[in-house]
Design a protein around this ligand. Structure first.
Ligand code: HEM
Length: 128
């Protein structure tokens, strides 16, 4: 039998949906992230729902609808600095708290998101 996925352990589709819904209002309120995202955030939320579902070991919804994720390539049009990666992670940390994802599942998800966020960095910090 298959090992139980992180997706199933945290509560499946409903919990992933809650996480996405807790995350994007924070992104839209963050001064470093807000300028990168469209005003109509619904389509972005849907893509992230598809992606996180598969990232956490649920059904491969993202690949079915949008093909290979290639997330670093898909982020290249956006200037992602280390400070923006940290801002993204800060919003996600608060979203994980809000929806009550705790314990070893939380630690496993967090570790993977930290790696993914740092992988998206494609610009150095601008001089100021
Ligand atoms: C799309 C920003 C990290 C998953 C996007 C978009 C932006 C963005 C601006 C495009 C939104 C649009 O459609 O107009 C960032 C920033 C990050 C980051 C600043 C900081 C490191 C991540 C991470 C993941 C992720 C770590 C996954 C764990 C996605 C997905 C999409 C997306 C799935 C939709 C891709 C598509 O199908 O077009 N992101 N992102 N992002 N991001 Fe990120």
């Amino acid at each position: 039998s298959e090992p139980i996925s992180l997706y199933d352990k945290i509560g499946g589709a409903e919990k992933v949906r809650q996480l996405v819904e807790a995350f994007y209002p924070r992104v839209q309120a963050h001064p470093l992230l807000k300028p990168l995202f469209p005003e109509d955030i619904e389509p972005v939320m849907e893509k992230q729902y598809l992606f996180l579902t598969q990232f956490l070991g649920g059904p491969p919804l993202y690949t079915e609808k949008r093909g290979h994720p290639m997330l670093r390539a898909r982020h290249l049009p956006f200037p992602i600095t280390p400070a923006r990666a940290n801002a993204w992670l800060q919003c996600m940390e608060q979203a994980l708290n809000e929806v009550g994802i705790t314990g070893p599942e939380r630690d496993a998800i967090w570790g993977r998101l930290v790696i993914a966020a740092h992988h998206m960095v494609n610009q150095p910090e601008p001089f100021s």
